[in-house]
Design a protein around this ligand. Structure first.
Ligand SMILES: CC(C)(COP(=O)(O)OP(=O)(O)OC[C@H]1O[C@@H](n2cnc3c(N)ncnc32)[C@H](O)[C@@H]1OP(=O)(O)O)[C@@H](O)C(=O)NCCC(=O)NCCS
Length: 164
């Protein structure tokens, strides 16, 4: 399996794998392919990695800037992350996330947040932090991973592309 940055010719395959992965997911309104497209248009797709097995696109992960109390603190949000249904549980999502986090860190990011199942994301080092507040979801699903020693406190907002 290869993990690499997206290329222009990958856009439709990314939308397809994302739609397939989120189809039927309870907490999703199935707008994830549009969110990725809007992030790209806005220049807010900081990291966009694809996973390819043979000639098949099997996964994708996006990272975009967040603000904390309205300010850019070099923190980022993980997601959406998708693995095609027939390739899940094979470690592809983990490989995409780990590669993305390594790249974020090496690019000088101070940290990353994620909204998702703690049982999955704690394995990457994400943890809850009452000091970082996200109001659009129950706090137990919101986690952070800091690369810099100092962790800011405040209200987290994702890029406008997430709002539609
Ligand atoms: C979430 C997702 C990206 C994980 O990718 P994956 O390649 O299947 O995951 P991996 O093979 O790396 O990891 C598998 C492990 O994660 C667990 N896991 C996978 N999805 C999970 C989820 N949504 N919640 C909790 N645990 C999950 C599995 O139980 C397995 O655990 P184990 O290692 O203890 O057996 C993939 O399942 C997916 O695309 N889901 C649909 C879209 C989605 O929900 N995206 C995340 C939104 S927050």
């Amino acid at each position: 399996m290869i993990i690499r940055e997206e290329q222009e010719s990958d856009h439709s395959a990314i939308a397809k794998v994302t739609a397939q992965a989120f189809a039927g997911v309870e907490h999703s309104d199935q707008t994830e392919p549009e969110i990725i497209a809007r992030l790209r248009t806005a220049g807010a797709l900081t990291i966009s990695l694809v996973a390819i097995k043979g000639n098949t696109f099997v996964g994708h992960v996006a990272f975009s800037p967040i603000t904390i109390d309205g300010a850019d603190k070099s923190w980022f949000g993980l997601g959406p992350v998708s693995v095609s249904p027939d390739h899940q549980q094979l470690g592809i999502g983990s490989a995409l996330i780990r590669t993305g986090l390594e790249r974020l860190c090496s690019q000088g990011a101070a940290g990353c947040v994620v909204l998702g199942d703690p049982a999955y994301y704690c394995r990457f080092g994400f943890e809850r932090d009452e000091g970082l507040r996200f109001y659009a979801a129950p706090s137990e699903y919101f986690m952070r991973l800091n690369f810099a020693a100092e962790v800011p406190r405040g209200r987290v907002d994702y890029a406008p592309a997430f709002a539609g």
